[in-house]
Design a protein around this ligand. Structure first.
Ligand SMILES: [Zn+2]
Ligand SMILES: [Zn+2]
Length: 836
């Protein structure tokens, strides 16, 4: 007899597949199964059990989770919504929800933690001989061994259930890692076995017995028992020192079941405390301002009701939004629930990690992109097992398998990095968080000093609940913002290179007072292009339609889209002219110019650069920020990396070298992005009451609404002006925009496909408008031509987007039928963040 199950496989096919399992198989929705598919096998997720039988259903290869499914019920629901809304397959959404380490190409390894005492072992040999065999086999190996090896040794395929049972009873530990990935750094600790620790009489007895047959072991065990009074768990290395014996003696004690081994991931032991960026005082002990207290009480109220509710916390920079988050999380933890904190890019926010770790200790686990496979798996397990109760991470942490979720915080909710662009699911982390809150009856708090138009609009219609922090905490004042008109300054010859006299004087003044300076220049490299003064030739990437950026430090030309680098040509490749001019400026050039200018003015400074070129190693950003906050660095020159969330008290001057760089790119969010970036970076200055701040923005367009509103702290004015623009041009929040992209190496074919798709879109549907196909300004990336079609759905006529999705799906189906081809790739990006 068989049962039948429906499985979602990680392929872009929007359907489920039915498989057969034995009738007594403990399969549940959310379990991972290995299934045959064509000539291959995949790890799929069971999404439905006991579906109607199908005669052509193949049997599964293996059930991977027979005890606890890898995907929780609420994550099944979240990924299903994601597949529907973002038009991908359920399997693709599920694949994003699981750490890669749980996919089949990963290797599971087992290692022995404790060996059963002889009585227990013989009972096991009768009860569960396979388990006993496994333990005996593992006892012969000091290092973890792969499951494949164990299968081979025992000449059997199915040992998953036995291994999991052994792990549950604490005999072994299973770790998973990608083949080839480096091992997670862990340290080995030992402790007395529980039977000895809890029963002194038994310990006495064991020591007596050992005294006769193995006196060395007896001495070692007694030394460890004594030490255990002070520290119950000691490192392997310490244990050897304490006992004064060799490895073999400890290993013998381990084999007899008198000792237990713990493997502690090294990164879990007080990460980077020597470079901590957290304040010395416990933040949750600090008094709240009236505004903060009000926000906390509104959130607590919602938490006590236990129903889904979304807040938009609009707080000016330095108003202490993080403290509001911390208090709300304290409430959640006290109620026995868990918390999820999403941040835009976690590797850029070491300070936030430190602050949360200082406030909540070891219940915090942080996911970040620089974790290796093993570390990520450890973190995932800690969450799944309920050891980690506060999770901090980027958008993908929205899938953290937290149980009893009480609150989700989305910090800097306006950031575009919450949107996944590729691969599918192309989801928005903020919107997925709100949906997850809905599913799990959790409270969601979106925080920002510059809320996205969409979120503020949702707050104005009552969909979200608005909480405002209009003043800075601790009595600090918002910095005074001035604009310097680059055109005027140039006329009056007050410019040297990219620096106005106004900005330069302000910098020199801060150096004299030993205060910190941050300079924003949102372009890395030395010069954005080289140009031949004779013929005007500009070297471009061979693969992409962009000019190459000149990197002086490495003497290379680099493409910032595909990452390819090229040697710097000795003469113009077009006319042979021997000199090429480096035009425009990136952060490297700003750093060089400033250094020279300061020397010309009889002073000097320690300048550090913060961009993706300068902070490639794991702790380099943390090191720079630490030195800067302790006065060992005077000036930071950086890209938008420095605009996010930094709270460094000695910064009293923020300079923006050129505010216009993003202003006139042909994208509907250009103005909003400029306003947000300027407001955010300005907010880094003057965060302490005794050190007021100043911001100098250099611009050729001081009257542009984005720049003027940033200068005057008029979010409200910017919002109403920009909202009108969006209404007039039919852009979000009034419409949903889906960007359909076609790319391939054959331009003519790409064109034809884009036209065909546009043609298949339904006509005469009031809610739907189509733009294109059109040629985007970046029309070639990595050797592939691009064409785009924008499809907009009116939110008033089509409030939940069903019509828009229906239109896209029907065009897609017709297109697939006639045009499906490997040569042109088509993707749909629902709620695209940019129209480029
Ligand atoms: Zn390129
Ligand atoms: Zn030339």
């Amino acid at each position: 007899m068989s049962r039948f199950i429906n499985v979602a496989v990680p392929l872009p096919m929007r359907k489920l597949f039915t498989y057969a399992v034995p009738a007594d198989c403990a399969v549940q929705p959310g379990s991972r199964v290995i299934v045959p598919f064509g000539s291959k096998t995949y790890t799929g997720i069971v999404v439905e059990v006991d579906v109607s039988s199908r005669s052509d259903a193949k049997p599964i290869v293996e059930l991977l989770d027979d005890a606890v499914p890898a995907i929780t019920a609420s994550l099944l629901e979240l990924t299903r919504w994601m597949a529907d809304y973002y038009l991908c397959s359920w399997g693709e959404a599920l694949a994003a929800a699981l750490p890669r380490e749980l996919a089949p190409q990963s290797v599971v390894r087992a290692r022995l933690l404790r060996f059963p005492p002889s009585e227990e072992l013989s009972s096991m040999q009768r009860r569960a001989p396979k388990r006993a065999q496994l333990l005996e086999l593992l006892a012969q190996h000091a290092e973890p061994v792969s499951v494949g090896f164990l299968q081979q040794q025992l000449q059997t395929e199915s040992i998953t259930a036995q291994l999991e049972a052994l792990e549950r009873s604490g005999y072994i530990e299973l770790t998973s890692q990608l083949e080839g990935a480096h091992t997670p750094r862990t340290e080995r600790f030992v402790a007395l076995a529980d039977v000895l620790r809890t029963n002194p009489g038994h310990l006495e007895h064991v020591l007596e017995e050992l005294e006769h047959r193995a006196p060395k072991q007896a001495r070692a065990l007694s030394a460890l028992a004594e030490a255990a009074a002070v520290s119950p768990i000691v490192s392997w290395h310490q244990a050897r020192t304490i006992c004064g014996v060799g490895e073999n003696v400890l290993r013998a004690l381990l084999q007899k079941g008198y000792l237990q081994v713990h493997h502690v991931p090294s990164e879990m032991k007080s990460v980077g405390t020597e470079l901590s960026l957290a304040p010395s005082q416990r933040e949750t002990d600090l008094p709240l301002t009236d505004e903060q207290a009000h926000a906390v009480s509104r959130i607590n109220e919602a938490l006590s009701v236990g129903r889904a509710k979304t807040f938009l916390l609009h707080g000016v920079t330095g108003s202490g939004k993080t403290l509001v988050y911390m208090h709300a999380i304290t409430t959640v933890l006290a109620a026995g629930k868990t918390a999820l904190v999403l941040v835009p890019e976690i590797s850029l926010t070491p300070q936030l990690i430190d602050r949360f770790t200082a406030a909540f200790g070891t219940t915090v686990v942080a996911f970040h992109s620089r974790m290796n496979a093993g570390e990520r798996y450890h973190a995932w397990r800690a969450i799944r097992d309920g050891r980690a109760r506060v999770v901090l991470g980027p958008r993908s942490a929205v899938f953290a398998p937290l149980d009893q979720l009480g609150i989700i915080i989305v910090d800097e909710e306006h950031e575009s990095s919450y949107k996944q662009e590729s691969p599918a699911p192309r989801y928005h982390g903020r919107d997925a968080a709100i949906m997850r809150g809905h599913i799990e009856h959790a409270v969601v708090v979106l925080g920002s000093a510059t809320p996205s138009l969409e979120s503020m609009y949702n707050a104005s219609t009552g969909k979200y609940h608005l909480l405002e922090l209009a003043t800075r905490a601790d009595g600090a004042q918002l910095p005074i913002i001035r604009t310097v008109n680059l055109i005027e300054e140039r006329k009056q010859q007050r410019m040297t290179g990219r620096f106005s006299k106004t900005l330069l004087d302000a910098i020199i003044e801060r150096l004299r007072r030993k205060e910190g300076v941050m300079l924003l220049h949102n372009r890395r490299g030395f010069a954005p292009r080289l140009e031949c003064p004779e013929c005007g030739h500009v070297p471009h990437c061979l693969q992409c339609s962009v000019a190459l950026t000149y990197h002086k430090r490495t003497n290379q030309l680099r493409c910032h889209y595909c990452g390819r680098s090229y040697p710097v040509p000795q003469h113009c490749p077009s006319c042979g002219n021997p000199t090429l001019l480096a035009l425009g400026a990136g952060t490297q050039r700003i750093e060089d110019e400033l250094d020279t200018l300061l020397k010309q003015n009889g002073t000097s400074a320690v300048i550090a650069r913060v961009d993706t070129d300068a902070t490639t190693t794991k702790d380099s950003l943390r090191r720079i920020l630490y030195d800067f906050s302790h006065g060992r660095i005077d000036i930071i020159v950086g890209t938008q990396m420095i605009a996010k969330g930094l709270d460094i008290g000695r910064v009293t001057l923020v300079g923006v070298i050129n505010a216009d760089m993003q202003l006139y790119i042909p994208d509907f969010r250009a103005s909003e992005r400029t306003f947000q970036l300027l407001t955010q970076v300005a907010g880094r200055a003057g965060r302490r009451a005794d050190k007021p701040g100043e911001v100098i923005i250099q611009t050729a367009h001081p009257e542009h609404v984005a720049i003027k509103c940033a200068r005057l702290y008029r979010y409200d004015l910017f919002y109403s002006d920009e909202l009108q623009e969006r209404r007039d041009a039919n852009y979000p929040p009034f419409t949903r925009v889906a960007l359909v992209e076609f790319s391939g190496t054959d331009l003519e074919q790409v064109d034809r496909h884009a036209q065909a798709f546009a043609h298949y879109l339904p006509r005469g549907v009031a809610a739907i408008t189509t733009l294109g196909p059109s040629r985007p300004s970046l029309d070639r990336i990595k050797g592939k031509y691009r064409r785009i079609v924008l499809v907009k759905g009116d939110r008033q006529l089509d409030p939940n987007g069903a019509e828009l999705r229906r239109a896209l799906l029907s065009a897609w189906a017709a297109y697939n039928e006639h045009y499906a081809s490997q040569a042109v790739r088509m993707t749909i990006d629902m709620d695209t963040q940019s129209s480029l």
